[in-house]
Write a protein that binds this ligand. Structure first.
Ligand SMILES: Nc1ncnc2c1ncn2[C@@H]1O[C@H](COP(=O)(O)OP(=O)(O)OP(=O)(O)O)[C@@H](O)[C@H]1O
Length: 315
């Protein structure tokens, strides 16, 4: 079980408190004892409802008001590296929620902890009120996960892989066969149904992984960079599928580096930098009258003013 975050703050330091990296300004709100808060710019919008109490009792998954995902004080170190430093977010049911942040901000680590792939050092993750780390079987039933960088059984054909995921999730063979055909069609993978996944292109691999995430018709889809390497036509088709899924009552969390895509596709967004939430809310709240990209740069910084070295500019 993961340590709960007590109301008075973070539990006692783990055995060897990490020496605070020099660039970390001292901060009492750091999630990892001995480590300190990153010097992030002021939060544009209070981190999405993070302070709200979870409705009690947690009861049925459909209880209105229960967030599709609630993460509280998630934190993780890799050796000396603080990857995630106390992230709390509340993702409302029926939302299309974007997660953005610079490279290395902690998005994948956060999503991995929230979906049961990586054990948090601190914090909790609830899926429709079900604790992912206390009741993983029930929680995972509710989630379809497209994880970044996780190996697949790529010596199966695309059709076999999706079928395998469907059967693993407990569906009967007939339902699995119907849904597999539907998904391969929706994702334009019929021609490659009998090709080994190891021989798929990067974009095809993303699409077959998405099919695997969807076959059990989960209530929540967590998609880590689903459009990476996917061609524009397929991406537009996938967006349509996801919008239909949300319109039907599903919830999507999507991490992406495309601000334009997030702005057009999502209704909520959280900006993460250096393992912390720096802004969260509806897309309109976060962009605050600006474009999401401009707001992102404002919040996260890191733009270089110079044009690059002379040797790259003198041909
Ligand atoms: N298994 C690991 N071992 C050591 N360090 C790790 C590991 N996984 C992630 N990190 C580090 O944790 C930090 C956060 O990584 P993470 O992959 O969560 O970032 P991200 O926001 O998803 O980045 P990107 O946008 O580049 O995919 C990075 O500094 C990364 O180097």
């Amino acid at each position: 079980m993961t340590d709960p975050i007590p109301p008075q703050g973070i539990p006692q330091p783990s055995p060897q408190p990490t020496a605070a990296p020099a660039q970390f300004a001292a901060g009492a709100d750091s999630a990892i004892p001995g480590a300190e808060a990153a010097p992030v710019q002021p939060t544009a919008v209070p981190a999405a409802d993070a302070a709200q109490a979870i409705p009690a009792p947690f009861g049925g998954h459909s209880a209105p008001g229960v967030p599709a995902m609630e993460i509280r004080g998630l934190a993780k170190r890799f050796g000396e590296k603080i990857a995630v430093n106390g992230i709390s977010l509340s993702i409302p049911q029926g939302s299309f929620y974007g997660l953005v942040g610079p490279n290395g901000a902690g998005k994948t680590t956060t999503l991995s902890m929230a979906t049961g792939l990586l054990r948090p050092e601190f914090g909790t993750a609830l899926i429709y009120g079900v604790d992912m780390w206390e009741n993983p079987v029930e929680a995972k039933r509710l989630v379809g996960n497209l994880a970044d960088g996780v190996r697949m059984f790529d010596r199966l054909t695309g059709q076999q892989l999706v079928t395998y995921h469907g059967l693993l999730s407990g569906l009967d063979a007939e339902t699995v066969a119907t849904r597999t055909t539907d998904l391969l069609g929706l994702l334009d993978l019929q021609q490659a149904a009998n090709t080994l996944v190891v021989d798929y292109s990067a974009g095809m691999t993303k699409k077959i992984a998405l099919a695997c995430a969807m076959i059990h018709a989960p209530r929540l889809l967590v998609l880590d960079e689903p459009f990476e390497s996917v061609d524009p036509v397929s991406a537009a088709n996938i967006r349509d599928i996801l919008h239909g899924y949300v319109a039907g009552g599903g919830t999507v969390i999507v991490s992406s580096h495309s601000m334009d895509l997030v702005e057009r596709m999502c209704d909520h967004v959280a900006v993460i930098a250096a393992g912390r939430v720096v802004a969260a809310g509806t897309v309109d709240e976060v962009r605050a009258g600006s474009t999401l990209e401009d707001r992102f740069v404002q919040l996260v910084g890191g733009r270089h003013q110079q044009e690059g070295p002379e040797w790259l500019r003198s041909f």
